[in-house]
Structures are given as structure tokens and as C-alpha cells.
Design a protein around this ligand. Sequence first.
Ligand code: AMP
Length: 287
Amino acid sequence: MRIIYKLEEMTETARGWLAGGAVGFVPTMGYLHQGHIALIEAARQECEISVVSIFVNQMQFDRHESFTQYPRNMARDLQLLNKAHVDVLFLPRAEEIYPPNFSTYVAPSGSVAERLEGVTSPAYIRGVSTIITKLFQLVRPDIVYFGQKDAQQVAVVRQLIRDLNIDVNLRVVPTVRESDGLAMSSQSHLLSPAERKAARIVYRALLAGKTLVEKHERRPSAIEKAMADLVATEPLVQLDYAAVCHPDTMNELDDVRPRCMLAIAARIGSIRLIDNFVWQEKGRWQM
Ligand code: AMP
């Protein structure tokens, strides 16, 4: 695996891609787990060249502690990436990504940016959109891979690819879960055993929402309330939102019908958990 640190070297390398075949790109913030590996495997299956980036993007964190506290373990990540046969690891430095005179941001608007995460973590949408746009320019991939777990990120990236005419294909990979249903995330390793146990309530609340839909409940408010009530039974967990919305726009829905998304965001101490199920056409669930 080749490791690239300098932006100039990344740009130079990307200029030569055409000869090598399709380039699949997986942007990450590191502390890799099987969710990331699923994205990498999808890229390796479809593309001749696989590129993974690790960059903990300070711009997308609302609180400085959340950024400094974000777990990091480069030695372990390198092992996992080598084992996954990644071709290129891009490890840009913050000083080069955001030099002192940096002043241009990508700031989406509308419901996709302003609802849900846009309310609870205002820095997140702008931070993600800006770094993703920069990484796309530097890596110049043909296909990019994102996880369904971060559903609003997927919606924002889809929108920015369209709005900024970025020549890239987007693939969305299903959420990889722990055996008890908890969506894998880098931050869940920071939970204490009691908190880790309490975290299961998020998946259970989504299951409860799904069951209601299957019992023909069509009022979004009734499903939102049922999910919120279940999360409230776990004293260690504070709910940010339990929402029924359209998975592309994050807009509220008048009634529950395919396609619609059940989405939950909650906090355990300073750790934030997000998860979702999508009820797709023909009644299938993406979960
Ligand atoms: P992160 O390192 O958390 O920024 O995530 C990098 C990419 O991995 C994003 O596209 C995430 O949606 C995706 N990802 C994170 N956790 C999972 C998971 N449990 N299953 C599938 N994809 C995931």
C-alpha cells in the first residue's frame, strides 16, 4: 500500500489515474472497523484502484472536545488497510488542508442541510461538504463509497455532486452492525460497559418503529413518539431526534409510505450515536 501525505503528490498521482482503470474512493476519519471495511471491499470489487483517506476533519465538529477526543490509532488502521489490500492511503495534514488563509466553504442549504443534523450539529453539514469537495478534487475518483448509517451525509453528498456537477458516481453501502444491532462506529469504543449496553436502545427503537409501520401505522408523529418513548426509558441516553422523513431531502412526511426513513440521533455523555432504517419501494427494509 502506498501512503500519500502531501496534497501535491496526491494531485500528481491522480493525474495519472486514467491509465490504471476505475478509481474507487472511501473517505474516512480513521479508527477503522468492519463498517469501513465493507466500503473498502465494495470499492475493491468494482474498481481497479482503491483509495482510502483518513482525515479527522475538525471543521465538522461542533465542540472542540469532540474533535480532540475522537479516537485515533494509526498503527491499527494501517494493519487493517494492508489486510484489505488497499492500493493508496491518503493521509493529508490539517495544516495543508486548511492553511491559514483558507476562506472558501461549501455550505448546502434547504431541508437536506437544515433539518435533523442541521439543527443539532450545525457545523457538521458545512464541514462535511467542504472536506468532501476538497477530497474529490484531490483524489479525482470515478466512484465514491459512503455508508447508509450516515444517511444525511449521503443525501448531502448526492446533492453536492449534482449541484456542483462533480463527475463521480456515488455508491451507498448498507450499515454494518454489532451482534446486538448497534451500528458500528469509531466512537462506540469510547463507551463504558454500562453505556455500551444502554446504546442498544437506539436499534431497538428503530425496530419498534419498523414494527409499527408493519402494523399499518401511517402517522409519522405516532412512530416518532413510539421511538422517542422507548429511547426515554434508558436514563443514560439523551435523544436529539427521532424522525420519520424522506431519505433524500430529510423533509417531514404527511404519511408513512415507501420510500421513507426512520432516523434517530442520541447522545450518551459526549458520544453521539446516529442510525436509521429505510422503508424502500416494494416494502423492503434497508436496515
Ligand atoms: P467515518 O470514519 O465515521 O467518517 O465514516 C467513514 C465512512 O464509513 C462513511 O461513509 C460512513 O457512513 C461509513 N460508515 C461508518 N460506520 C459504518 C457502518 N457501521 N456501516 C457502514 N458504513 C459505515
